[in-house]
Design a protein around this ligand. Structure first.
Ligand SMILES: [Mn+2]
Length: 368
């Protein structure tokens, strides 16, 4: 793996084993104290029962734009940092380990132009080799930090980076459940996708639908130590623009989906109760929150590539993050699809500020 401006080698297996044993201790002893049934109280000193160091967050930038057609989304991590993410987290008493942005340039001599041609040769799927390559790098980094029981925050980039960040989360914490907050379902397979853009196909890789893991660039996902995401471990919030094939997948797999219709019907308070009840119930499980900024209504977050009217209100978006923090189970998070180059007259700053604010809420910042 190559981090911009520095290089790093994976720790040897022995060191891994020792780190793991030492770092697992506080959680283990707390678990032994917990009662067998009923809700388990979280000690006030812990933010999440899956994060060993109570107030330390690891940030990784994933500046990828190849999963969709618009440039600029690769600059999301830079703009989110510029609008004060690290300072905001530090103000909220977090210690921040910022790994910087990953370097996704192809280093095998296959340049982007050639990759376009290669992508075209594989049905309608665009830039699969580049996106697969970038996700493999992200997967290695997120896995490395997840297995050390750290809170891992990935800044996109387009949503295709969810393949690597969720695969890393699942390998590091195999019981992980995913809350996918998005206007879109991102579950097309190569057979159902109408656009061929990989940011709309993330979950088909994670669930291996239509044998997606055999696509060129994604073979690394066939590693048996990376769990295939189960339909019961995924819940959607905020959906409002789905393709025909996606609707069929969600229905046939029985995936729990709270669309904007349900948000209107029940209110966001009840929705989050049902979301957490569905994926946690009476068991604790690490949560991965994958937050696509396009879930938020374009009134509040206009700088994104695939705007859809009728989205989450300002408070609904914040409430989701507040409740995820409140669960005491957050282990990893993505904030994706912020494209500051798409709007002017303050829309870009409004969108980036929303991203920073949502991360602050997901890491426990509350109104009172
Ligand atoms: Mn998305």
């Amino acid at each position: 793996m190559v981090l911009r401006g520095r290089s790093e080698t994976l720790m040897p297996q022995v060191q891994h084993f020792l780190t793991r044993r030492i770092s697992a201790r506080p959680i283990l002893s707390w678990r032994l104290l917990a009662t067998v049934s009923g809700p388990r109280p979280l000690p006030a000193t812990l933010f999440s029962r899956y994060v060993v160091e109570p107030r330390k967050v690891t940030i990784v930038g994933a500046p990828l734009a190849d999963g969709q057609p618009l440039l600029g989304v690769d600059r999301g991590p830079t703009f989110i940092r510029k609008r004060g993410l690290v300072q905001r987290l530090e103000r909220d008493a977090w210690r921040v380990e910022d790994l910087g942005d990953l370097d996704f340039e192809m280093r095998s001599g296959l340049g982007r132009q050639e990759d376009f041609a290669e992508g075209a040769a594989h049905g309608s799927t665009k830039r699969a080799k580049m996106v697969g390559h970038a996700n493999r790098i992200l997967y290695e980094v997120t896995h490395e930090h997840a297995r050390q029981d750290k809170l891992v925050l990935t800044l996109g980039g387009d949503h295709s980076i969810g393949v690597g960040s969720v695969a890393g989360a699942l390998k590091g914490r195999p019981e992980t459940a995913i809350i996918w907050v998005d206007a879109h379902a991102d579950i097309n397979s190569r057979n159902t996708s109408e656009s061929g853009h990989l940011h709309g196909m993330v979950l088909s890789f994670l669930m291996n639908l239509d044998n997606s893991r055999n696509m060129k660039g994604f073979h690394w996902l066939n590693d048996e130590s990376i769990p295939v995401l189960l339909p019961t471990r995924l819940v959607y919030v905020g959906l409002r623009d789905l393709d025909k094939g996606e609707k069929a997948f969600i229905r046939s797999l029985g995936i729990k989906a709270y669309t904007m219709h349900e948000v209107d019907k029940f209110g966001i308070g009840k929705i989050m109760e049902m979301v957490l009840d569905h994926i946690l119930g009476r068991t604790d499980r690490p949560l991965h929150l994958s937050f696509d900024i396009d879930a938020v209504d374009p009134l509040y977050a206009p700088s994104t590539g695939t705007r859809v009217a009728g989205g989450l209100s300002y408070r609904e978006a914040y409430y989701i993050c507040e409740e995820v923090a409140h669960s005491g189970c957050l282990a990893s998070m993505d904030l994706v699809e912020v494209n500051p180059t798409l709007t002017m007259a303050g829309g870009d700053e409004r969108t980036v500020d929303m991203a920073v604010g949502l991360i602050s809420s997901a890491t426990g910042n509350s109104i009172l």
